[in-house]
Design a protein around this ligand. Structure first.
Ligand code: FES
Length: 279
């Protein structure tokens, strides 16, 4: 067995021979993730789900249709299932608090996300050919053990995320059914686009998942006949999507917050939605 080749990395945190802006990507990603965490905390625990006059701040009605904030969808507190709609819950409990562990777990254990947080928050490694903190060298890389063993749950979070995804598309249909004095039928509003784009981006993120690719066909030894051939073809298609998994990660994440801001702005009267057409 040959010995590992040591690259001539200059010693000292962040020191390198690289002449490009190697720090800009991890910096932007770190800022993005931190902003996402702060916004989510603010929205879940500080801002509230109803205004002082009782208006919902997690959804709005338009001619009988309902447009839901992506953060609070699915709104399980309205479900008959398990009697959740009759549950006399504490005021601070909202739908997102009950459900967000699924998208958090799914994104937190995502293979692409691991690369992002290892670089941005642990500086391990900072970037290719850039030196890392001394403490990282002392600790070394011990594999995904201890707390990181939770990363092995990714495939189970994938199953749960697929259920959420179906409900997201179901929520899109709720934006398309208008029944009021002025309208009676199916159509499209601006809110349909907001929720539809969010559901589409999430679909792309889920269908480009490494674990889904493994599930589809990666776990098989060969794709020769019958169902295995179909699974091999599926593996090939997911592999194409998988090349852009990082792109879908960021766009789907960003649209959760853009969609929430849209719902908040309409619910508070700063913007107004419009029915584009009804048939
Ligand atoms: Fe990123 Fe599965 S690997 S969602």
């Amino acid at each position: 067995m040959g010995e590992g080749i040591k690259l001539p990395v200059i010693n000292g945190l962040g020191r390198t021979n690289r002449i490009d802006n190697w720090w800009s990507q991890p910096l932007a990603m770190g800022v993005g993730l931190t902003a996402a965490l702060i916004y989510t905390f603010w929205r879940l625990f500080l801002y509230g789900t109803e205004s002082d006059n009782g208006t919902s701040l997690i959804s709005y009605e338009l001619e009988g249709s309902t447009v839901m904030s992506p953060i609070f969808s699915p709104n399980v507190l309205e479900w008959n299932l398990f009697g959740l709609n009759e549950w006399n819950h504490p005021e601070w409990v909202n739908a997102a608090i009950l459900v967000l562990w699924i998208p958090f777990g799914f994104r937190g254990t995502c293979y692409y996300m691991r690369r992002v947080y290892y670089r941005t928050f642990f500086a391990s490694p900072v970037a290719c050919w850039v030196d890392e903190p001394d403490i990282n060298k002392k600790i070394g890389y011990g594999g995904e053990k201890r707390l990181f063993i939770f990363n092995n749950l990714h495939r189970y979070f994938l199953y749960a995320a697929m259920i959420i995804l179906v409900i997201k598309w179901w929520d899109v249909t709720h934006t398309m059914h208008f029944h009021s004095d002025a309208y009676d039928g199916y159509g499209v509003s601006l809110g349909t686009f907001v929720m539809g784009i969010e559901a589409f981006l999430l679909t792309m993120y889920v269908t480009s998942c490494h674990a889904l690719r493994h599930l589809a066909g990666g776990m098989l030894d060969r794709w020769t006949t019958g169902i295995s051939r179909v699974r091999g073809q599926l593996f090939g298609k997911i592999s194409v999507l998988n090349r852009s998994h990082g792109f879908w990660f960021w766009t789907s994440l960003a649209f959760v917050f853009l969609g929430d801001l849209w719902v908040l702005a309409v619910a508070e009267g700063h913007l107004s939605d419009a029915v584009l057409f009804v048939i």
